[in-house]
Design a binder for this molecule. Sequence first.
Ligand code: DGY
Length: 330
Amino acid sequence: MKPQVLVARNVFPEVVERLREHFEVEDNPGDRIYTKAELIERLKGKVGAFTTGSVMIDAEVLDANPQLRVLANMAVGYNNFDMAACTARGVLCTNTPDVLTETTADFGFALMMATARRIAESEHYLRRGEWSKWFYDMFVGSDIHHATLGILGMGRIGQAIARRGAHGFEMRVLYHNRSRLDPSIEASCKATYVGKEQLLREADHLVIVMPYSKESHHAVGAPELALMKPTATLTNIARGGIVDDAALAKALAERRIAAAGLDVFEGEPTVHPDLLKVPNVVLTPHIASATVATRRAMADLAADNLIAALGFGPNAGKPPTPINPEVMKS
Ligand code: DGY
């Protein structure tokens, strides 16, 4: 009998079919968002699960399913996993880095540009039928080219955004990261390492790409927003909770910064009601990696991980992108 796995959200049918070659698969074509109790129940008897960022795995879920061995997340971020709990119980977790880097960087750059050039706000104005004449300061925004790009979190996606800014738009690129990058990477991105306070003070366009953790919760809140230029924009494509959305909505309403572009939200899919009231924010529903090719590549990589980690396929025992490979040694 084949081992059982759960595909916890709806995904490409072809990917589910590939999993069926090796496993008894319980899938979720109706794309129901399971409650914790349902998730615990659905995981019964399963040795692996294909998850997305909305599937929360904590100690309670794991303890109710001690047979679980592998969690394959179709996302680069994995703050939906309690990693300490998984590692302590020997559960191998995998994610999908690299395959989404350039697509996500494209989107981050697009969102930053839409924010700086007031594209959503002006489109809404046009659709409302309010456009009756051209005038000199109609939806004036701020330039991207030759401006200062500030990147908070300089992993793969941050570096890809830096390259777009430096090489495509001749921006001055500053970054802040937990650790300074190798000089050769700094040179290829034409990026200069600065402290967080300097980054916030000098950025014309701040783009947040750092991972979410307890430590990065509200890394940008009222005190940080107060350091930014009144003409600055803020773009968050990382995770909800890194920015204090209530403080951001207040800063936008009071024009203490010019505008924001947000693809991620605290408590998403719920959006802070005050953000919905301010005009100077572009809001998108967590779609930074959403191109057909990239979503398919992410799903394929998550499936590759699940298949290999459970000992099947050409890479049996060697999942391509483990998060906690130490559990494989134990
Ligand atoms: C990721 O890959 O982490 C994206 O945010 C999608 O969840």
